[in-house]
Design a protein around this ligand. Structure first.
Ligand code: ADP
Ligand code: MG
Length: 361
């Protein structure tokens, strides 16, 4: 009944093009300093159903093997806390615990939930980690067929969604998660990539690594300079091109950047021809249908940007920009209008575009 569409190219950010060898657009012309690039340690791997990549100019002690080990350890720790696809992961076990008795969790998972709740409040719950029953209903969870649900099922799932449907309790021992109703399911998929990028960046910072670029699908952290000794530049993908051309280029200036898109993971209902994106509006219970194709956020941590980009995408560009101006937040949206993509930067975003020439706003 449905066609599925899913393709990952660094999830809207083209930071990892450095590794794919096609970075002229994003990183400027290759020049005399190309030899320096050879000194970088670069690794690439898979996590969370997508890709990650890391570049450490000047080389990482222990080389590729050590860097990959560090990254995989950090990412696996996050995955074993938040995955809903691995039945052994903490969050999957909490979701399967179909009971309102308290469920002990790790401080790591408690911290990720707490920060997600905090970011969610800033945008009136447009990003909501209790979205799990709706994600499953529309078929974007594990082992659920992609389909357009009926009104009755939709109402039943919506009744399980909302920050008041569970409680995070801090006790002198371990933190506890408590469902207020059976059937509540949490989904931290949207902050996973950001949390992963932050964990790797924190580990590199602790080791004193001064220059790096870490990207976990659509979330990136960077510091210092690229292998050519220039500020890092990353591309924001053009959502309207099948192979993810660079739409505009920014310098992250040591900040976290992430992009949420409604255009890579979706299905088409063959009966109506309508597209259903994996980004769901918690208030309507339905996938978003507006013409905002992606939202990019720049801020101090990728967990923050990754939590906000999804909620701002739920809102759509106009409401997202009104919020960004009120709160002095750096966001960039790409909308589809008159048959082509249009970029829009918030005032606070301009500083990240200044280092690049031209762009494509
Ligand atoms: P992107 O592909 O844009 O990077 P992510 O993979 O970060 O998106 O997050 C999308 C996932 O987040 C969905 O597959 C779903 O599990 C979950 N999700 C969808 N809508 C929401 C929402 N409004 N709030 C929180 N999580 C959501
Ligand atoms: Mg996100």
């Amino acid at each position: 009944m449905v066609n599925a569409g899913r393709r990952w190219l660094c999830g809207g950010l083209i930071a990892c093009c450095v590794l794919l060898g096609g970075c002229e657009d994003a990183a400027g012309p290759k020049g005399a300093s190309a030899n320096k690039a050879a000194e970088a340690t670069m690794v690439r791997g898979r996590t969370m159903g997508t890709f990650y990549s890391i570049t450490v100019p000047g080389g990482f002690p222990g080389g590729e093997e050590a860097l990959k080990k560090l990254a995989d350890e950090k990412l696996n720790t996050i995955v074993s806390a938040i995955s809903t696809f691995d039945p052994k992961a903490e969050l999957a076990r909490f979701n399967a615990h179909d009971d309102v008795t308290p469920f002990p969790i790790s401080p790591l998972l408690a911290g990720l939930i707490e920060e997600s709740l905090h970011q969610s409040k800033r945008i009136d719950g447009a990003m909501d980690i209790t979205i799990g029953p709706l994600v499953n209903l529309w078929g974007f969870g594990k082992d659920h067929p992609r389909k357009v649900p009926g009104d009755y099922e939709l109402d039943a799932a919506r009744r399980l969604v909302g920050a008041d449907k569970f409680e995070l309790r801090h006790t002198p021992n371990e933190p506890l998660l408590v469902k207020r109703e059976r059937g509540v399911k949490l989904d931290l998929a949207t902050i996973g990539e950001g949390a992963g990028a932050d964990a790797i960046a924190a580990a590199l910072d602790r080791l004193g690594v001064r220059d790096y670029l870490v990207s976990v699908a659509g979330a990136s952290r960077s510091r210092g300079h690229n292998p050519r000794g220039e500020l890092w530049k990353i591309g924001i993908e053009d959502p309207t091109t099948p192979d993810g051309h660079v739409f505009t280029t920014i310098c992250p200036l040591d900040q976290a950047v992430s992009t949420a898109g409604s255009y890579r993971n979706f299905f088409i209902d063959e009966k109506t021809g309508r597209h259903y994106s994996h980004i769901i509006d918690p208030h309507t219970g339905r996938p978003v249908e507006h013409q905002t194709l992606s939202v990019t956020v720049v801020d101090r941590a990728a967990l923050v940007t990754d939590a906000l980009d999804t909620g701002l995408l739920v809102w759509g560009a106009d409401k997202a920009h009104a919020w960004a101006e009120r709160h002095d937040m750096a966001i960039y949206t790409i909308e589809y209008r008159d048959g082509r993509p249009h970029g829009r930067a918030s005032r606070a975003f301009n500083q990240y575009q200044r280092c690049t020439q031209g762009g494509n706003p």
